[in-house]
Design a protein around this ligand. Structure first.
Ligand code: GTP
Ligand code: MG
Length: 442
């Protein structure tokens, strides 16, 4: 069966199976809502997975009855269904009732929101990756298909995935190249990563220098305008970059696509831009929504940490966002939870991206975690030194002390910036330069 576009909108019955804990269908309901469905009923079961239907046979029949009673358009299954389970379950459902598993539902949400070519390609790749094993199974069942393997739909699909991967690779390489250039210019790179709806885009706005779109420099094509913020899952479907000055450090902040539980890694891989931003960052803010219940927090934080741990090379700073929505006791409990989950050395920083509380601490934590070198030199108090200083104020943390004819300059910043400053200071101090000595320190 090839999963085509499913009807968007209409009545949905949510079906869910849980191994142990209390069934919680909040997230799947939110996902269904985001995809445009009105959730009218839920059918849940506690117990082991059923090989044929996902749910036990009795439960599956009950689900079919409920779907008929509520005149449902669609049944949303909270989890993944194998092609076989999908086939058996859809057969039990009343005619015309579509079946969506969690992955398919997320793909629909993505497809709905994909505005740009890159976002559309990423969504298409994820959709094809979902369809491929299903198509393979159908093809295996059909001798005819096997006999004409050369021109088979399976091969076509594989080719399309390869073509998309090549195009996305080019996009990713270009982005990586741009990041390398920005680094050479002295920028530090910081990525915001985390579960969908954690508040990454809101935090990006909070930290960014220019809150209005009009302010950003048109010459920097990679610095986009606003990152969309909404209480909607998967609001952001592409990476967005903004400038932020964190304690004198010029950084580029990258917003990334949100993660979600229970999806094959293929889907995450389809959003390779997100992985590139996380991988290349000097620091990664792993944003967690502190306002959800501890069980959901544990689950979501571990999904985010898994991906971040796999990809990040820089320092990972867990951020307990939406701290304004929980009291001190709950915040302390969640802080402990995240501390346990995070394999990073950096302790969680609590903040409210919306209200601004804790954001200064976060700025300081990021600045402290960026690769830093310090240098101190003494230069003649003249025009050339002033010109060097005005450049350095833009690129690092500078303290200048005027001592009569000379200026004592203390600089902390990106190693490459410090290296360059050292070179220029040496020139000023070299024979034919201003003749003063410089010294390196600390
Ligand atoms: N109370 C409160 N709400 C917040 C805070 N930060 C974000 N929100 C809200 O949470 C919702 C999601 O915020 P976004 O910034 O869009 O979240 P995101 O992580 O970018 O989400 P995706 O792009 O969908 O992955 C919005 O309604 C925000 O207004 C916060 O610190 N406190
Ligand atoms: Mg976002």
């Amino acid at each position: 069966m090839q999963a085509g576009r499913t009807p968007s909108g209409g009545r949905a019955v949510v079906a869910a199976r849980y191994d142990g804990t209390e069934p919680n269908t909040d997230e799947i309901r939110a996902l269904a809502g985001t995809a445009g469905y009105d959730v009218v009923e839920r059918v849940t079961q506690r117990g082991r997975e059923d090989g044929t239907y996902g749910l036990g046979r009795g439960k599956a029949e009950e689900l079919a009855d409920v779907a008929a009673d509520f005149d449902a358009t669609v049944v949303v299954f909270d989890g993944g269904l194998t092609p076989g389970q999908y086939g058996s379950l859809v057969e039990l459902l009343p005619d015309g009732v579509a079946l969506l598993d969690r992955y398919r539902l997320v793909l629909d949400v993505f497809a709905e929101g994909a505005g740009s070519r890159v976002a559309a390609l990423q969504v298409e790749r994820a959709t094809l990756a979902y369809e491929l094993p299903r198509l393979r199974q159908t093809a295996e069942e059909s001798l005819l298909n096997r006999a004409t393997e050369k021109g088979s739909p399976v091969l076509d699909l594989e080719r399309r995935i390869d073509a998309i991967d090549r195009e996305l690779d080019d996009v990713r390489d270009a982005a990586a190249e741009r990041r390398a250039e920005r680094r050479d210019e002295g920028f530090d790179l910081v990525a915001l990563a985390g579960y969908t709806n954690a508040g990454k885009s809101t935090l990006l706005h909070r930290l960014a220098d220019d809150l209005s779109v009009a302010d950003h420099e048109p010459t920097h094509a990679d610095l986009d305008g606003t990152a969309e913020v909404a209480d909607r899952l998967f609001e952001t479907l592409e990476t967005t970059t903004r400038r932020a000055t964190l304690r004198g450090r010029r950084t580029l902040l990258a917003d990334t696509v949100g993660l979600v539980d229970d999806l094959p890694h293929d889907l995450v891989r389809s959003f390779s831009g997100t992985l590139g931003e996380i991988g290349d960052a000097d620091a990664v803010l792993a944003v967690v929504d502190a306002s959800v219940d501890p069980e959901a927090l544990r689950r979501r934080a571990s999904v985010a940490m898994d991906v971040v741990d796999d990809e990040a090379e820089g320092t990972v700073i867990p951020v307990l966002n939406k701290a304004d929505r929980v009291d001190d006791e709950a915040l302390a409990e969640r802080r402990e939870l995240v501390r346990e989950l995070a394999t990073t050395v950096h302790g969680p920083v609590a903040a409210s991206a919306l209200g601004g509380e804790g954001v200064d601490d976060l700025r300081a934590a990021v600045a402290d975690s960026l690769p830093t070198e310090r240098i101190e030199f003494v230069l003649p108090n003249d025009g050339r030194t002033q010109s060097l200083l005005s450049d350095l104020y833009e690129r690092g943390d500078v303290e200048a002390t005027y001592e009569g004819e000379t200026v004592r300059v203390e600089l902390a910043g990106r190693p490459s910036v410090v290296e360059e400053a050292k070179r220029r200071a040496e020139e000023l101090a070299a024979p034919g330069g201003s003749g003063e000595s410089w010294e390196q320190d600390r």
